[in-house]
Write a new protein. Structure first.
Length: 216
């Protein structure tokens, strides 16, 4: 990847920051490999405004390393994790992740991704979630990655069909939901409320299951 001196400096600073955070689990070479790959991934998707690219690559790298730590048993965390997938990772999956993050309150991990990520989160979805006190404006559409899918205990798909990744040993659930893209706010509110109820039901099931495993 061709970088200006400033871009190279920002990338090296990000890699150094992340390396300090994961010291004892991953070395700098692993961090740099995932960061550079995340850079390429975000660049190929035309992510938002170019100056945000280093920040988005850094956030995606952190997510991937956290997932890899779970896969390789480098973390003591046993809380369940859920991945929400749709086509653009701009509406349904972002709304579901927003609800899940708030309602789980740290009792479960959440990731989201798309088979063909958009450049930014749907503004109407952002507004609908803002109405119920959930801010998804700072989220960003991103593709699913191998590490994040493999780290999930449950993958919830929403309209990505055959493009959704399928891995053995992972539980999958498909939610049939209208796409909020191009819909008026009143319609998106209905989608939002449907997603809320499904997330509540899902959380009840997975947290109850986790509690049963602990007590067994």
């Amino acid at each position: 990847m061709n970088e200006s001196p400033q871009e190279h400096m920002l990338a090296e600073a990000a890699i150094d920051r992340i390396t300090r955070e994961v010291r004892g689990m991953f070395n700098r070479e692993t961090v740099e490999r995932l960061y550079r790959d995340s850079q390429q991934v975000m660049a190929s998707r035309g992510s938002r405004i170019p100056e945000f690219a280093p920040v988005l690559a850094e956030r995606l790298t952190r997510d991937r390393l956290a997932a890899l730590a779970r896969i390789e048993g480098k973390t003591d965390s046993t809380i369940p994790s859920v991945l929400f997938l749709c086509v653009h990772n701009a509406g349904r999956s972002q709304m579901a992740a927003g609800w899940f993050r708030q309602l789980a309150a740290g009792r479960a991990l959440v990731y989201s991704g798309g088979s063909e990520p958009a450049a930014e989160v749907n503004t109407i979805a952002v507004e609908a979630m803002r109405e119920v006190g959930i801010d998804i404006k700072q989220e960003f559409p991103k593709p699913w990655t191998d590490e994040i899918v493999r780290a999930a205990d449950l993958v919830v798909t929403m309209g990505c069909g055959d493009a959704c990744p399928v891995y053995p040993g992972i539980r999958y659930v498909d939610w049939e939901l209208d796409d909020p893209a191009g819909q008026p706010l009143e319609v998106v509110r209905g989608i939002r409320d449907t997603i809320e109820q499904r997330v509540r039901d899902l959380l009840h099931d997975i947290l109850e299951g986790a509690a049963e495993q602990v007590s067994a």
